[in-house]
Write a protein that binds this ligand. Structure first.
Ligand code: 5CA
Ligand code: ZN
Length: 409
């Protein structure tokens, strides 16, 4: 699949800083030390509805990871998937009387537009589940042949017991795992499974549903976790730097993905850090397509809201926090954007050399975007109060905000 165009990332003077980031698996902060090419996989959308603020907040967090790396002069190898065939997508297509392929293509196109408007850097490889099927089938066959997977009435399940490290991403207890598995696409109650938590790798063709040639597996379609594993292993390999997504992907998705990959390769770990963004809520509940309590990026854009203000709203919240979308948080960002734009449109100002370092340090410190915004606020306040004589300062502030926060002033 094609991704979306990249906005240019200006180079900043001085040296970038290495990222210290919270890793779900260890429960603590790790200092990432990627080689010259940093590798990141971020789980993509299931395209049955438009991009909402929760999606945008999560992708914004992982955009910051890349900007910190780019500032250290590393290349970034970024991979993202599109879950363009899965139960919720097929169910929505039936509900709305639409063709599932058209639904997925339409929502993916809208997602690209939203990402472009928000200036989120595109993945180098943007891969759909459907196009990944030829790579998924042999992985499932290998797991089965190695005894890490088994068949149940034509479907193929992964045996969680085949990975000695199972449980080490989420550290959830058995009861929590069972509850989350039922809630998030699993089938812990299905009789005949070796372990209720075992997730499906390959679903045998169902009447009226799309299916693909699965070689020795028979016709069917892939399970959710193996989709991301196949794409990540194909384009990044084991031991890549960051596996990213929202906190609702910790279990089962990222736990199972890690176990699939570790059972397949015998290597550990799948990713060096598992990084999770908090959940954005609306009306006190997690914003979700299934509940329908949504604020869409595309709707705000149509209403004339500047995408830079949307982005500043996201940046005003720490990526790990759960937070509530309100008209007020957007209004605050609109006002901040106005203050910043006024401050950088003057011919000179107070020196911004220290600001560059403050923003760098804030982001390297577990992506503390709110601290970065506070530093820019302070510079804008000084500009407002006393001004300054540094002719390079307004331009440097613009480039810093652009390069590290993705906001064009
Ligand atoms: N296609 C799968 C991942 S392989 C999927 O979870 N798709 S999704 O469309 O449901 O979500 C896409 C990304 O947005 C995921 O990382 C998910 O964790 C994140 N996300 C979904 N809802 C919210 C929310 N309310 N707040 C923050 N992030 C969210
Ligand atoms: Zn995924």
């Amino acid at each position: 699949m094609h991704a979306w165009p990249a906005s240019e990332v200006p180079a900043l003077p001085g040296k970038g800083r290495d990222l210290r980031i919270h890793d779900t698996a260890t429960g603590g902060r790790v200092t990432l030390d990627p080689g010259p090419v940093a590798r990141i996989y971020v789980c993509g959308i299931t395209p049955y509805d438009a991009t909402h603020m929760g999606h945008a907040a999560t992708y914004n967090a992982f955009d910051l990871v890349q900007r910190v790396w780019l500032d250290t002069k590393r290349q970034v190898h970024y991979v993202q998937n599109v879950t363009d065939v899965d139960d919720p997508l097929l169910e929505r297509a039936i509900r709305d009387g639409k063709d599932w392929v058209e639904l997925a293509e339409g929502e993916t196109a809208l997602f690209r537009e939203d990402m472009t408007a928000l200036r989120l850097l595109p993945p180098k490889h943007y891969i759909g589940a459907v196009e990944a099927i030829p790579g998924i089938v042999p992985l499932v066959e290998r797991l089965r042949d190695a005894g890490a997977a088994y068949e149940l009435e034509g479907d193929v399940y992964f045996s969680v017991e085949s990975d000695p490290h199972f449980g080490e991403v989420s550290h959830y207890d058995a009861a929590a795992m069972k509850a989350l598995s039922a809630e998030r696409g699993g089938d812990p109650e299905r009789p005949g499974k070796k372990n209720p938590l075992d997730p499906m790798l390959w679903m045998a063709a169902r009447e009226g549903e799309p299916s693909w040639d699965g070689a020795s597996l028979g016709r069917g379609r892939p399970g959710w976790h193996i989709e991301c594993v196949a794409i990540a292993l194909d384009h990044l390999g084991m031991g890549f730097d960051v596996q990213g997504g929202g906190s609702d992907l910790i279990f089962p998705h990222h736990e199972m993905g890690a176990s699939h990959a570790q059972a397949l390769t015998g290597e550990y770990p799948f990713a060096k850090a598992y990084v999770h963004a908090g959940m954005v809520a609306l009306g006190g509940e997690k914003m979700s397509k299934s509940k329908g309590n949504l604020v869409f990026v595309s709707k705000l854009r149509r209403d004339g809201v500047d995408p830079a203000a949307i982005r500043l709203t996201l940046l005003a919240h720490h990526y790990r926090a759960d937070w509530e979308w309100t008209d007020q948080v957007l209004q605050d960002a609109v006002e901040r954007l106005g203050r910043w734009r006024a401050a950088v449109s003057r011919p000179d100002g107070p020196s911004a050399d220290a600001l560059v370092e403050e923003v760098r340090e804030a982001l390297a410190n577990d992506l503390d975007a709110p601290a970065a915004l506070a530093a820019v606020d302070r510079w804008a306040e000084r500009q407002d109060a006393d001004g300054g004589t540094d002719e390079a300062a307004p331009g440097l502030v613009s480039r810093t905000v652009d390069a590290l926060l993705g906001v064009a002033l």
